[in-house]
Design a protein around this ligand. Sequence first.
Ligand SMILES: Cc1cc2nc3c(=O)[nH]c(=O)nc-3n(C[C@H](O)[C@H](O)[C@H](O)COP(=O)(O)O)c2cc1C
Length: 192
Amino acid sequence: MLVLGISGSPRPEGNTARAVQRALEVIRGEGVDTEYISLAGRNIGFCTGCWGCRATHTCVIDDDMTEIYEAMRRCDGLLLGSPVYMGMVTGQLKAMMDRTVLLRVGGVFELSGKVGAGIACGGFRNGGQELVLQNIHTYLLQLDVLVIADGPPFSHSGAAIAGVIEQDELGLRTVDNLARRLAAAVKRCRGR
Ligand SMILES: Cc1cc2nc3c(=O)[nH]c(=O)nc-3n(C[C@H](O)[C@H](O)[C@H](O)COP(=O)(O)O)c2cc1C
């Protein structure tokens, strides 16, 4: 069992990177293996809408997505983190999301049955974290991935951080809770 965590921040050691890596640490503590990918510094071109992937389930663009496709295919759970940029996910994460359309073309949903969850990190308390989580959840649903939220005791839309992660005690609890929920969901989905 494997959970893949992806940070959609251009900052390799920023709040989102730290949030995703913290969640992965909690997930490992629950006995589930993890893999981490940061989109910082990655070469990820925009989808051009050529639909070459319809026939081949591969992309005509040769860049860092190749590695990400394989990681997404082999994981059982997918954890996506994004900073809030102008109330939405980052361009880096959206570029990655669009390129994964090949995982759902031609009536084949390659990620069906996997579970997924989101983490949003904003500078402000109500800076758009909920919309970012909705962006991530909508994306996961498009891939037929089962969406997990943070669950009790708070049970809102997922994990949300405001400001510097280490100073956001409540936000950290949503990250930890989400991580435990995701680990449990992966185990349930894999019949363990
Ligand atoms: C271009 C840009 C736009 C941003 N827009 C928002 C925003 O709409 N709402 C918000 O709360 N924070 C916003 N921020 C702040 C970041 O979301 C925040 O600093 C976050 O923790 C950065 O994550 P990182 O450390 O993983 O890069 C913005 C930052 C940048 C650079």
